[in-house]
Design a protein around this ligand. Structure first.
Ligand code: FAD
Length: 292
């Protein structure tokens, strides 16, 4: 099932993101967690891919298992930045062999220490290079791309970032998923600007339920997201009480999703991070709205 065909209903639907195990040792526990999430019957599940090779090995094993055992459509992430053409071709063959039709085509982060290096000789500079490669394959993949309501950290101006995004979409993105954000107005603003720029594909907002205080720093470092005062107050109040922080973080994410739906955004991607209890709680908070 292609994800693009799931984005047409005017009814709230959730998708969940999981990440593969780093090593064989924790394969079973990650597989079990992803299966628990699959049992919630989300619209689809996405499985991340480690840019530096660290967690790349099991992406397809996890995605294939969810699809085959639970009939939940899966989106396999793939990054290209530090890969050779041969490596990427091999991965595309593996995705085909796994019967996965949906690929999230990403550049990946520049490996630490290489930020200022001359990268002109690399086989892949940007996600658009990978998208072109996927489009040239003999499989009609449904291709997703990443976008950044608060601007990608390497872009100086949002205008440039949106111009690059338009080129990426024109190269063959069927839909976009956003980086996490904690203030929905940033998303609405971004949506307005990209529509003005002529980007018409569906955009799925990505919502990250922050369930512990340590996650806040990591999330901010990763995404450079703006933290509204309302969220800061929650973190200050509950940060040292793990159960309370989890409950408050889930409530905050639920609230964001309700506001998105109230503004006619029907598909929301939840960065559920291999936490079935978080995915389950968000879904049950919205049960009457989703109808599940
Ligand atoms: P690009 O679209 O290539 O953009 C990167 C930067 O380059 C932007 O600033 C853009 O404006 C600029 N740019 C683009 N084209 C050009 C050009 N032709 N000339 C000059 N500048 C240009 N990382 C992982 O390692 N694994 C994952 O599974 C993963 N999943 C993700 C899922 C989502 C939804 C998101 C939002 C991010 C994810 N990431 C993942 C992180 C992502 O790899 C990083 O944010 C990375 O730095 C950029 O990837 P991109 O595909 O957005 O890059």
């Amino acid at each position: 099932m292609k994800i693009i065909d799931l984005l047409t209903q005017e009814k709230l639907s959730l998708s969940f993101e999981v990440f593969p195990p780093k090593t064989e040792t924790n394969f079973e526990s990650v597989k079990n967690a992803t299966e628990e999430i699959a049992k919630l019957r989300p619209a689809f599940m996405s499985v991340t891919y480690g840019a530096g090779g660290g967690t790349s090995k099991y992406t397809l094993d996890i995605a294939k298992n969810i699809k085959e055992m639970y009939d939940v459509p899966t989106l396999a992430h793939l990054t290209c930045v530090s890969s050779s053409k041969e490596m990427v071709q091999q991965k595309i063959e593996e995705i085909k062999a796994a019967g996965i039709q949906n690929v999230m085509a990403l550049r990946g982060d520049i490996p630490a220490g290489m930020e200022d290096a001359d990268r002109s000789h690399w086989d892949y500079q940007y996600a658009i290079d990978l998208i072109r490669e996927l489009k040239a394959s003999d499989v009609d993949f449904c291709i997703g791309g990443a976008c950044y309501p608060e601007v990608h950290p390497e872009s100086v101006h949002q205008k440039d970032d949106i111009k690059r995004l338009k080129e990426k979409v024109d190269a063959g993105c069927d839909f976009l998923t956003t980086q996490m954000f904690f203030d929905n107005n940033l998303f609405y603003n971004f949506l307005y600007k990209i529509r003005e720029a002529g980007i018409t594909v569906p955009v799925i907002p990505g919502i990250m339920p922050i369930t512990n205080a340590n996650q806040i720093e990591r999330a901010l470092k990763l995404s450079g997201s703006f933290m509204p005062q309302r969220f800061k107050s929650i973190a200050d109040k509950f940060g040292s009480d793990s159960a309370a922080m989890k409950q408050a973080g889930i409530a905050y994410a639920t609230d964001q999703i309700i506001d998105l739906y109230a503004n006619d955004i029907y598909n929301v991607h939840v960065y559920s991070m291999n936490k079935p209890e978080v995915a389950e709680k968000i879904q049950s908070n919205l049960s009457d709205i989703i109808g599940k």
